[in-house]
Design a protein around this ligand. Sequence first.
Ligand SMILES: [Fe+2]
Length: 412
Amino acid sequence: MTDTTTTSDGHIDLTDQELDAGLDLHQLKQLVGLVDYDESSDPFPVTGWDAIVFVVGNATQTAHYYQSAWGMELVGYAGPEHGTRDHKAFVLRSGSIRFVVKGAVTPDSELIRHHAAHGDGVVDISLEVPDVDVCIAQARSAGATVLQEPETLTDDFGSVRVAAIATYGETRHTLVQRVVDGETYAGPYLPGYHPAASTFVKRDGAPKRLFQALDHIVGNVELGRMDEWVAFYNRVMGFTNMAEFIGDDIATDYSALMSKVVANGNHRVKFPLNEPAVAKKRSQIDEYLDFYAGPGAQHLALATNDILTTVDELRKEGVEFLVTPDAYYEDPEMRARIGEVRVPIEELQQRGILVDRDEDGYLLQIFTRPLGDRPTVFFEIIERHGSLGFGKGNFKALFESIEREQEKRGNL
Ligand SMILES: [Fe+2]
């Protein structure tokens, strides 16, 4: 086992979700670039992702899609049958990832308004923290908007302590403390949710799961406000800036953006933040901001250790990816930059998988088309081999591909 960190005194404990998923520390370092850090000096300690909460137009069908196409497992449910009157919520797992998809049941549900404004999207990037009260005290003193004061929720499975702060647009970070008074909450998600099991039966030979962990979530913010949001994560949550920085120098003729990345101490949680840059035509970020009606989560990067199988399986289920031109793979400069990767380039070309390399190693990545009806949120599939980047070297090739799609939609 190769261990690239300098300390081995257990600064990183695996989360219950990671342990449940059978992941080990070495795998997580490889999958998502986890690093050791000293939590004791962190003003806003974050353990990792807790759940990604989506509001969608039809949660019943979306939950089926995540099971059938994305190989996720249904583990929990809340709805009218159990006293949640106004909406249904399905809890889905793959590896250490927890998705919650919510859809309105009653015509006066708040979710109706949210969905009318934004369409399907991420409403809550929920984070697991060791101490909700410490985080909220820090957030308040740093000027964050506290949307929900700390409270303890209890049911037959135990207790959790939760609170929430506002981030960009109508997105929030709910903070979840899963150990209260020494007891770990044992339910499928939060109090009020009941255990559930998939009724969907996987095809014979289908892999156990298609992705193991969540790598990063990109936020699109308004023109000129990226630095404000970077400062927000620095000041309020103690996140630090990662090396990757995209200036408007990386742009096609028509599309430009600026991007900076912030991460929590152990790098489980990484947030690239994009803003549009002025170009000849409307960039993909402008298109997102128009169709989402404001800032929001643009893409979620799902980490896999076998991107070829993941992409093949997703394609079999009808998931559509952005098309990468053959020219990308045939460009001698690109070939030289990529060097040797674990599979022949032809295997990548066949599937449209992109490669990027930096001083630490390389990564393989591919992007889906938008998941819903609006050209807003989408997924990335990522397989890291040492690189801690986000695919900066692919931005131009990627933009050109997105622009071809924008043009088809009449939004370029
Ligand atoms: Fe990404």
